[in-house]
Design a protein around this ligand. Structure first.
Ligand code: PPE
Length: 311
């Protein structure tokens, strides 16, 4: 769905609420030329206890941490960004939405050193349904191992959600779609499994759960952390610092992706090889069911994962 078709009208930008259509930047902005920005993707769920932002504090932590290697000092406090986000949701009366904070070097001069460019910050929020399609959550998706490798953390810090770094994800994603797959799996420089272009990956074998470790050139996904915790709470053994070889993908009992946008999405084939039964597997199902139960109900045991939005 395009933004034009959505009922949204306001963006918070550099300390002010501005009309959606006027949230502009100069074409010579540093971030546009060199990808010197960092961003977040966060979901607000319409829970039984009212709209609430899922793991807002963790997303804020990651936003400030992402900015660190680029010496980008976000000129707003956590409280200011929180207040702005709350008001943005309230003003647009969004019960559930996707929130996209972004901080980047703006317009002043070009040249690689951004230190003289202003640090700009914007936050937008809009309705965003199932990332890989509603049926993907039930039926699972067909994916392919990308011919593009993930950059290693020694090239671009992969634990920083850097705008420029996403060209790697765009390439993998374009290639997958060109070849009629829903999504890609990207291998790291060593040839082991890293993650999806916008998702972390989990593997199930003999009832135990594996997910690639932070040293495998992945984003430290907040849904990944949530899925690990949920799986442990459900009594599963989770190996969260795993190295997963390409071959292990094809012989897995189950595979699934996690991400803010993708939530918990089963993978039912890799490179046309059927995974397990070719349907959403039992462990994936248990985890996915619990995940959606949590974001729908906001149960007391997981209350600290939510920041309520007063409507
Ligand atoms: N890896 C990558 C490369 C990634 O972009 C994401 C999120 C994840 C893992 C999962 O992280 P987390 O959302 O914290 O669980 N991808 C975001 C951007 C998607 C987009 O198309 O834009 C997201 O899901 O919001």
């Amino acid at each position: 769905m395009s933004f034009d078709e959505m009922d949204v009208d306001t963006i918070w930008m550099d300390g002010e609420f501005v009309p959606w259509d006027e949230a502009d930047v100069h074409v010579l902005s540093h971030g546009l030329h060199y990808g010197t920005g960092v961003f977040e993707g966060v979901r607000c769920y319409d829970t039984d206890k009212g709209p609430a932002i899922f793991r807002w504090e963790e997303h804020l932590d990651r936003l400030y941490e992402s900015a660190k290697p680029y010496e980008l000092d976000i000129p707003y406090t956590r409280e200011e960004l929180t207040e702005a986000t709350m008001e943005l949701i309230q003003r647009q009366e969004l019960q559930s939405c996707y929130i996209r904070p972004i901080a980047f070097y703006g317009y002043e001069m070009l040249g690689l050193n951004p230190s003289e460019c202003p640090e700009q910050v914007a936050i937008a929020a809009w309705p965003w349904g199932a990332y890989l399609g509603e049926e993907a959550l039930e039926e699972g998706i067909d994916v392919a191992v990308s011919s593009w490798r993930k950059h290693s953390s020694s090239q671009i810090p992969t634990n920083s959600k850097t705008t420029g770094a996403y060209v790697n994800s765009v390439l993998a994603s374009l290639e997958a779609k060109r070849n009629d797959y829903v999504e890609a799996i990207v291998l790291n420089k060593e040839g082991n499994v890293a993650e999806g272009p916008g998702e972390n990956i989990f593997l199930v074998r003999d009832g135990e759960i594996y997910t690639t470790g932070l040293a495998e050139s992945i984003l430290d996904g907040i849904t990944r952390r949530s899925a690990i915790q949920i799986a442990e709470d459900l009594g599963y053994t989770v190996h969260d610092e795993a190295t997963i070889s390409r071959g292990e993908l094809y012989t897995a009992d189950e595979l699934f992706f996690t991400g803010t946008a993708a939530e918990v999405t089963p993978i039912t084939s890799v490179d046309d090889t059927v995974i397990g039964s070719g349907t959403k597997g039992p462990v994936t199902d248990a985890l996915q069911t619990k995940f959606f139960e949590i974001v729908e109900e906001q149960p007391t045991e997981y209350e600290d994962w939510f920041t309520p939005v007063e409507m």
